[in-house]
Ligand binder design. Sequence first.
Ligand SMILES: [Zn+2]
Length: 390
Amino acid sequence: MRRHILPAFGLLVLGLSIAAAQQPPPPQGVPGQLRPRPGTGRQPEVPPPSIMDYKPRSTLVVPEHKVTRAKFPVVDIHGHPPTFSSPEAVQNVVNLMSPLNIQVMVQTSGASGAELKSRLDAIAAAGLKDRVAMFTTVSFRDVAPGWGDRAAQQLEADVKAGALGLGEIGKNLGLGTMKADGTRLKVDDPELDPLWAAAARLKIPVFLHLGEPQEFFQPLDFTNERWQEMALFRERRFNDRARYPTFDELMAERDRMLMKHPKTTFLLAHMGWHANDLARLGKLFDKLPNLHAEVGAVLYDLGRQPRFGHDFFVKYQDRILFGKDSFQPDEYPYFWRVFETADEYFDYYRDYHAFWKLYGMNVPDAVLKKLYYQNAVRIVPGLPTAGLPR
Ligand SMILES: [Zn+2]
């Protein structure tokens, strides 16, 4: 049915518009198209590809500067390498870091108690304390009165044992974790306050992955720019309002919690999910001098705004850290290329994150050094610095 109605409707719109004022209104639902074009409403004469199949080859020829090794030594503040279960496991990770010029990997699949101790022992036995570091973690299961003080005690013990930070605190906080009384554990729940306060006292950063990309909270329709990812992964859909808060409700909880703890050093994973709206993150940075963010897994958003992104990185050069998230050695060079070059229109490595191409941000060297290692050294006391420039 649709096939026949649409072309007729298109012609009708065309005719009416020309008659009306020589200034036809934009066709509905076609962003960027100013007036009906000769093909408007037509159906393709060959079967159209699906979003999964259409991978056009770019014919653009421009200079290319692939970067396999970062220009300056790097601290990866958001590392999920394989578990440091033995000295060999640590050595294997370091062997993969070196060609990329990653000097220090922070293991943010945090471990606590006896597990933390065994990871730290493996690192020491491998003789690689200068190359990897451990964060600790905390379980938010069954939060009830008294939980905060116990969590603070555990944190103190883990920091004494050698953990350099707390995290990664995962997205379940605020999205999935329930309290002992059966209600959703909100990010700004007062029972968590003693934990955030303890981090300030112990002078360690708190690394938070809160929320998910804002599109994951929106209806799965053909205007959703993360359609493919949401369609592929059921667990990335947070648009059921009976189960989940809205993106903005969750961010408001986060911001209230951050506001309550100005003495705690916070690091937001994934640019706080504001890489698609950097001005919003900038406002938060302006309000909260203790706040930092890392770039893990949001390269698709930075690489599509190279000029605005460049200016943002310069303006907030003391607040942004390098982090990668998933440990795939062949993906790091895409980050180096976006940050270090002014290359145009090149491929990204994960098509379900983004159907668009990336551009280089050409970040100045002084800012690049802060991004790659200097900011990490500043906000993570005790981070190994032996292999970093002084
Ligand atoms: Zn992570």
